[in-house]
Ligand binder design. Structure first.
Ligand code: PMP
Length: 407
């Protein structure tokens, strides 16, 4: 395939050739869910057609094949994240599940005493807010919030002022799903660690757009969802530093997470199985590995450059429209949020849908951020490896047309 052959890339996504309301689909809702290439669809299908069986402890051939494929998928994820060992890769159902897992086991371990602080930011998705609020309610810890500046970036001065020896955890998104802001997480982790805090990165929006090296980031935890990175829904990952996870208590009890069960007492399995009770999403893990192989074959740098060009084009085209308000900094990653004066985001989104253009409208699960900007929501166009400059032009033209219809 020649360098970044868009036609060849698009041909690998069957859904992209469908029509919506009689118009060719222009799919710009990738930050919510990305589409699956045939390499991923084939991996799912092959799993069910050839090796579907429950994993671990099976003596029969199918079970052993499924176990091998599932554990091979874990190795692929570990390699992708540059995790020192696959034992640090816990399969979950997604980012939300991963963050709740960390919040639950830290809570069970009594990691937070009354007055201890959990530091998050005003940019966070609800799934990186609510689990910590719930933990604060249970433990007496306090939630502290790094403010956001008007350009949609974090107030780093305030971040440094908020950090103290009371900060027990820094939990922040790598990339904002609402505004596309890329947070300087590596530097923030250095500062948090200097205060002895644990660090968790919500990687839901960074995993599809850039190389992630958990050793270089030095994060204790990194969470992501498969469906944001060309894999199916219902599979996700928690990377957790071995020494930390190994010392933390188990969470869900059941099959697989045990070493020996008796009515007198149960002993627990080692990592990663300690945190994987019950039958996992075997096919999902295998499909996720196929998706990671797919992006690596294409090259994350190439994907990043392609998406950066699209988002620049989109910002430039939309900024010429009357009454447009773009949110987030100009170096935003892959998600562009905007509003048009006097027009409700939902109305505009509905008209765009009629023209075959899929965008997301609303609060993007970031209600505190919307409140901060005095809005109820935005229209968000978000880009993936398969989007085209022509689609960006179609978006800009459709927004202009919809605005004239609504004004
Ligand atoms: N964090 C961020 C930044 C997200 O964009 C999302 C998904 N919109 C999540 C967390 C939650 O991911 P999931 O619903 O897959 O658990």
């Amino acid at each position: 395939m020649p360098a970044y052959d868009l036609a060849a890339i698009r041909a690998q996504f069957p859904i992209l050739s469908r029509e919506v309301h009689g118009k060719p689909l222009v799919y710009l809702d990738n930050a919510a869910t990305s589409q699956n290439p045939t390499a991923v669809l084939d991996a799912s299908r092959r799993y069910y057609e050839e090796i579907n069986a429950n994993i671990h402890r099976g003596t029969h051939h199918l079970s052993q094949s499924a176990t091998a494929a599932h554990e091979e998928a874990r190795i692929t994820v570990a390699r992708h994240l540059n995790s020192p060992t696959p034992d640090e890769i816990i399969f979950t159902s997604g980012t939300t599940d991963s963050i709740n897992l960390v919040a639950s086991i830290l809570g069970l371990a009594g990691h937070f005493a009354p007055g201890d602080e959990i530091l998050i930011s005003h940019l966070e998705h609800h799934s990186n807010i609510v689990p910590w609020q719930m933990l604060c309610e249970r433990s007496g810890a306090k939630l502290k919030v790094i403010p956001v500046l008007n350009d949609g970036t974090l107030d780093l001065e305030a971040f440094h002022a908020l950090l103290s020896e009371r900060t027990n955890l820094l939990a922040i998104s790598h990339v904002s799903n609402a505004f596309g802001t890329v947070n300087p997480v590596k530097e923030m982790i250095v500062s948090a660690k200097a205060q002895g805090a644990l660090t968790l990165i919500d990687g839901a929006q960074s995993i599809p757009h850039q190389t992630i090296d958990v050793q270089d980031l030095d994060a204790d935890f990194y969470a992501f969802s498969g469906h944001k990175v060309y894999a199916p829904t219902g599979i996700g990952v928690l990377y957790g530093r071995y020494k930390i996870l190994d010392a933390l208590p188990p969470w869900r009890g059941g099959g697989e997470m045990i070493k020996k069960v008796s009515f007198e007492g149960t002993t627990y399995n080692s990592l990663p199985f300690k945190y994987e009770a019950g039958t996992p999403n075997i096919e999902g893990a295998i499909a996720l590995a196929a998706a990671l192989n797919w992006i690596n074959d294409l090259g994350l740098d190439a994907i990043h450059d392609h998406e950066a060009a699209l988002i620049q084009q989109a910002a430039a085209a939309l900024s010429t429209l009357d009454g447009i308000q773009l949110y987030g900094p100009s170096d935003r990653a892959a998600s562009l949020s905007f509003n048009l004066e006097g027009i409700h985001h939902y109305d505009l989104g509905t008209l765009l849908d009629q023209m075959g253009i899929a965008v997301r409208t609303g609060h993007h699960c970031c209600q505190p951020l919307m409140d901060r900007f005095g809005i109820t929501g935005t229209i968000r166009a978000s880009f993936a490896a398969y989007n085209t400059a022509e689609e960006v032009s179609q978006l800009a033209a459709a927004v202009e047309k919809a605005a004239s219809m609504l004004r």
